[in-house]
Design a protein around this ligand. Sequence first.
Ligand SMILES: *[C@@H]1O[C@H](CO)[C@@H](O)[C@H](O)[C@H]1NC(C)=O
Ligand SMILES: *[C@@H]1O[C@H](CO)[C@@H](O)[C@H](O)[C@H]1NC(C)=O
Ligand SMILES: *[C@@H]1O[C@H](CO)[C@@H](O)[C@H](O)[C@H]1NC(C)=O
Length: 435
Amino acid sequence: MKPLLFSATPLALLLIITTIVQGLNLNCQNQDKGSTLQVLHVYSPCSPFRPSKPLSWEESVLQMQAKDQARLQFLSSLVARKSVVPIASGRQIIQSPTYIVRAKIGTPVQTLLLALDTSNDAAWIPCAGCVGCSSAAFAPIKSTSFKSLGCQAPQCRQVPNPTCTGTTCSFNLTYGGSSIAADLSQDTITLANDAVPAYTFGCIKKATGSSLPPQGLLGLGRGPLSLLSQTQNLYQSTFSYCLPSFKSLNFSGSLRLGPIGQPIRIKYTPLLKNPRRSSLYYVNLFAIRVGRKVVDIPPADLAFNPTTGAGTIFDSGTVFTRLVASAYTAVRDEFRKRVKPNAAITTLGGFDTCYSVPITAPTVTFMFTGMNVTLPPDNLLIHSTAGSITCLAMAAAPDNVNSVLNVIANMQQQNHRILYDVPNSRLGVAREPCT
Ligand SMILES: *[C@@H]1O[C@H](CO)[C@@H](O)[C@H](O)[C@H]1NC(C)=O
Ligand SMILES: *[C@@H]1O[C@H](CO)[C@@H](O)[C@H](O)[C@H]1NC(C)=O
Ligand SMILES: *[C@@H]1O[C@H](CO)[C@@H](O)[C@H](O)[C@H]1NC(C)=O
C-alpha cells in the first residue's frame, strides 16, 4: 500500500470545537425516522451540553484525552469487576460518553438526550426529585404509562445491589467516578418511530460525582437488562452506527436499530464473548500493519483472555484508540520510522508522536480475524486548526490501571458503519460518509 500525502490544509482539516459560533444555520430539528436516530456529539451546536465558552483546539484535545483516561479506568473496572477510583483531574470535566441520541419516554412523551454507550447494559435516567442530578429530569407523575417495579419482579434479580424500599425494587451502581441510586421502573420508550412498551430502566433518585450523562444513558451492551435484550422481537439484537466526522461538530451521524436497512456489502469479524463481562464487544485483533510491515507485537498484548479481560473491544465512548503499552510502542516506532520527512517529534498532552511540519504518513491497518481495516488519514491523524501540528491519534493504555485492554475508539471509527450483529456473533465494518 502506498503512503498517502497529508497536506495540512488548515480549513479542510479543521478538528473539532474551536469556534462554536452564533448564528448557525444548522438544522437542529429532530431528524429521527423509522428505526434510525440521529447521533450528535455532546459538544455539537445542537447539544445543550456543549461548553459555554468555546475551547481552543489544544484545550479540546487535552480535555478529550482527560475524558478518555477516566473512560479507560471505567472500562478496566468492568473488566476487573471492581470499581477503580477515578483519576483526579485539575478541571471539572463531565466524563460522560461522547455521543447522544434523542429518546422519548412516557405517555405523553418527554424527550431526553441519552448518551450512547456500547459498553454498558443498563439504561437509567434522572427522575424528578433526584438529588445530585442536573436539572433536566423525567417526571414519572406526568406519565400515564409509568410503573415502579416491585421487589418480586424477576428483573429485580438482574440489577446490581438490589434493595427493597417499601415494595419498590431499588439498586445502586457506579459509573466512572459517579454512583447512582435508582428505582427499577417501566415505561414506554420511543426511539425514532418505534415505541417499546414496558421498557425497564432505572429511575435515578440520587447521584454523586460528575461522570454521569446529564439526561441519562442508553446502554447498547448485550447483557440481560439491556435495550437489545428487551427488544429481541423488534430489533433482533442488531444495530449499527455511523459516528460523525471529527472535522466539524456540525456533523451528525446515525444509529440504526434492527436488521432492516443494514449494509449488505460489509466486512465481518467474529464477536468474542467474555462471560465475565458479557456486555463488552470483544473482537480478535491479531496483528497491526504499518505501511507494508506487520509490526512485531508480543502475542499476549493482543490475545483474548476472558479471565484477565485482556483483548480488544470496540467502544463508542472512548475518543482515541488505546493499545497495551508494548503494542503501542511497537506500532508507534514503526510509524515514526516510516514518516517522511524524518522530522523532529514533539508531544501534545498524551500524544507522543506529533510533527510541526507537513508529513507523509504510512497507512495503519488493523488486522482482525477475517477483516483488515485500513484507517483513512482522517482516522489516523489529528491536525491543529491552524495546520501547524499533526499527531498520531493513538496512545498507550494508561499505566496506572489494569492495562490489558485494547480499545478501538470513536475517532478511529468515524465515517464507517459499525454493525453489531449479535445473533450471528459478528461485527461488521464498512466505509460510509456519515454526514
Ligand atoms: C458550523 O456551521 C456553520 C454554518 O452553518 C459555520 O459557520 C461554522 O463555521 C461551522 N462550524 C464548524 C466548527 O465547522
Ligand atoms: C447502595 O445502597 C445502600 C442501601 O440503600 C446504601 O447503604 C449504600 O451506601 C449504597 N451504595 C452506594 C455506592 O451508593
Ligand atoms: C489482510 O491483509 C493481509 C496482507 O497484509 C492479507 O494476507 C490477508 O489475506 C488480508 N486479510 C483479509 C481478510 O483480507
